[in-house]
Design a protein around this ligand. Sequence first.
Ligand SMILES: [Fe+2]
Ligand SMILES: [Fe+2]
Length: 190
Amino acid sequence: MLLFREKIPGDWLPKVLGNLPAVLVDHAHLERKAATTALNLEKYRDLYGRVGELNAIAIEELQHFQLVLALLKQRGIPFGQPYPSPWITGLMRSVRNGQRHQAIDHLLCCALIEGRSCEKFQVLARALAGIDPELAGFYASLVESEGNHYAAYILMARTVDTAETERRLDFYLDLDATLMRQGSPLPILH
Ligand SMILES: [Fe+2]
Ligand SMILES: [Fe+2]
């Protein structure tokens, strides 16, 4: 189902496993941003009819945010500042202006973020199984939900304009691959 053209860089998993407290703080912000982004998508005229679905996604993301906050509390990790993600910034920088184009591009960026989260949570769940079974179970429990968000955003974009969505998806998959190869030394999920 996931269409990515570049593998997760080999140094990503060791970097994340070696910085789990910082990664959990980053993850909390990621869920917070996912909730606010779902609400922000409601500003587009083409998505007025999807407000209920977007609210449902925002509620799920807020629940994920609460779950990560509970994990932080339980592990004595203070909630702190977010790191900027070069990958997310790189994707969002290419969102075009103009109601319909902007809506499609924004939806596709969200879809790729959800899709990469889904993929990375699966990798983390497997890698953590022998090290930190509780955290492994937590990541495994989020995989389906993030995968559903990925699919929901792609379908929403196709409903706005199928041909334009396919063209832009091709562009964004190439951009994702380019940005993925650049990597990042920061202890962040994306
Ligand atoms: Fe989430
Ligand atoms: Fe999500």
